[in-house]
Design a protein around this ligand. Structure first.
Ligand SMILES: [Zn+2]
Length: 240
């Protein structure tokens, strides 16, 4: 089986990628890119649903998004650590999947696993390119790292927003696959409760991010490095 992808989302828990960048993953798949999701844990510490149920839900959600690959690093849920063993496991998986672009969580998170996944993922992307770093496989360093910014309230503007108007339905369908997690839920991942329906919250927030680029729905991203522009006449998003 071909494990290689162009775009890989690395997330702490099953359902994290759907919540923060599902629309972007579905869009990239429709654009003809090979897309994968690497879940770091199996969700065994989750309050609702067991790991087996969540595995079946994750498979169903991957199909809803149209992504080609979903793998699990089987690290310990709620105990993620940026340690030698975890970095070696990620390096191995990055070398197997060889993505050009990697999506990671935002470096600040409500759940400690999210914050640690951002740091662990970034470190592993660098180490995977070192020829003499062990862990097996051919060295490979992803070209670009994006941090998914959705639902964060930190004082940072998105570096850019992806228009997910055409794949918002697929994103929501994928999130709805996690019935054991979300039936009747008011909060999830980085989404704090407001008393409103979770799916409605996701729609409203996605519409807000879309409004930043004058589109119906969007997903925001942050990069530490500056974005390059070649032709200023091709710049989108109306100013006035
Ligand atoms: Zn999570």
């Amino acid at each position: 089986m071909n494990q290689q992808v162009d775009l890989l989302a690395i997330a702490a828990h099953r359902d994290d990628a759907e919540l923060t960048c599902g629309g972007t993953l579905a869009k990239a798949a429709r654009q003809g890119h090979r897309v994968g999701i690497l879940d770091l844990t199996q969700g065994e510490a989750g309050t609702r649903g067991d790991a087996a149920t969540r595995a079946a839900e994750a498979e169903q959600a991957a199909r809803a998004l149209g992504v080609q690959l979903r793998v699990n690093a089987e690290l310990q849920d709620a105990h993620l650590a940026n340690d030698e063993r975890s970095r070696a496991r990620l390096v191995e998986l990055i070398r197997e999947t060889r993505p050009r672009v990697v999506i990671l969580p935002y470096p600040v998170g409500r759940h400690p696993d999210h914050r640690i996944a951002a740091e662990l993922g970034r470190d592993a992307c660098y180490l995977a390119g070192l020829a003499k770093y062990g862990a097996g496989g051919e060295p490979h360093r992803p070209f670009k790292i994006l941090h998914a910014l959705a639902y964060r309230e930190d004082v940072v503007k998105p570096t850019f927003v992806v228009d997910i108007s055409d794949t918002f339905d697929a994103k929501l369908a994928a999130i709805r696959c996690y019935a054991s997690q979300f039936a009747g839920a008011r909060a999830a991942g980085e989404i704090l409760p407001t008393g409103r329906d979770l799916y409605e919250r996701i729609r409203v927030q996605s519409a807000h991010y879309g409004s930043l680029i004058r589109r119906a729905y969007g997903e925001p991203f942050f990069t530490h490095e500056t974005v390059e522009v070649d032709d200023v006449l091709q710049l989108g998003v109306q100013s006035l």
